[in-house]
Design a protein around this ligand. Sequence first.
Ligand SMILES: C[S@@+](CC[C@H](N)C(=O)[O-])C[C@H]1O[C@@H](n2cnc3c(N)ncnc32)[C@H](O)[C@@H]1O
Length: 261
Amino acid sequence: MKDGNLTDEVLTEEVFTEEEKGIFDLYPELARVERRNQNGWREIKSFVLRGQRLKDYQISALKEHFHDYAVVYDQSRCLDFGQVFGNGNPVVIEIGFGMGESTLRIARENPDVNYLGIEVFLYGFSKLLANASKENLKNLKLMRFDAVQVLQDMVADNSVDGFHIFFPDPWPKKRHHKKRLIQKPFAELLTSKLKKGGYIYCVTDWEDYAKQMLEVLDSVDGLKNPYGGFAPERPWRPETGFERKGLEKDYVINEVWVEKV
Ligand SMILES: C[S@@+](CC[C@H](N)C(=O)[O-])C[C@H]1O[C@@H](n2cnc3c(N)ncnc32)[C@H](O)[C@@H]1O
């Protein structure tokens, strides 16, 4: 599960206010979003860090509820979901939840499913943490770290019931396609983490990325597409913030749903 060349954790390169720095003094692990090798070498990443000043309510929520909701990246720890959530319910991991509006609603409406949301964007992470704590949700945990490394290092094979990847960054320019999350090695990683019968649910409003998702997920051994193409919309999936922006531009939403056989 470990990549021996990647050992060092590094701080992010964002610029922080004094108040935000105070949060990192309290929780230094929150300032790290990835690890690099000893020479500072960074693999191709699916994200760039966006800075947005935290609001007072986010800072207060972090101070009061960090330990109730945050799971901290630790390369040497394999997550025991029973221990993390305090029950043996199914576990769904969402990658890149953004502002977390749809994550919050899905978790609220499915109290018998545990959700682990992974997002590098501190503003979104803190917003969802604040909203989850307001509702005292017990079936939601959050990580601020590169989801690829979390899966590689901390998630056991055959342990996850589903993955939600809603509107991953489309990286529209051809020279940036290599940054797209849904590529064969990552799809194989997701598949290895799924239990038999588990699902991968991806949605995008970027047409050629939608086709890429279908092709990539079709090419992975051990996955089947029950629809033979794009899936019908899941009525339980709330509209996301990113989706709203696409719909305003009349973009077409495509859904891909595959299952592990
Ligand atoms: C286009 S936004 C969509 C957000 C949300 N799902 C929505 O639909 O509104 C994609 C999000 O994925 C996050 N992201 C991209 N790569 C990631 C990674 N490797 N690990 C964690 N988050 C990632 C980005 O920070 C960004 O917030």
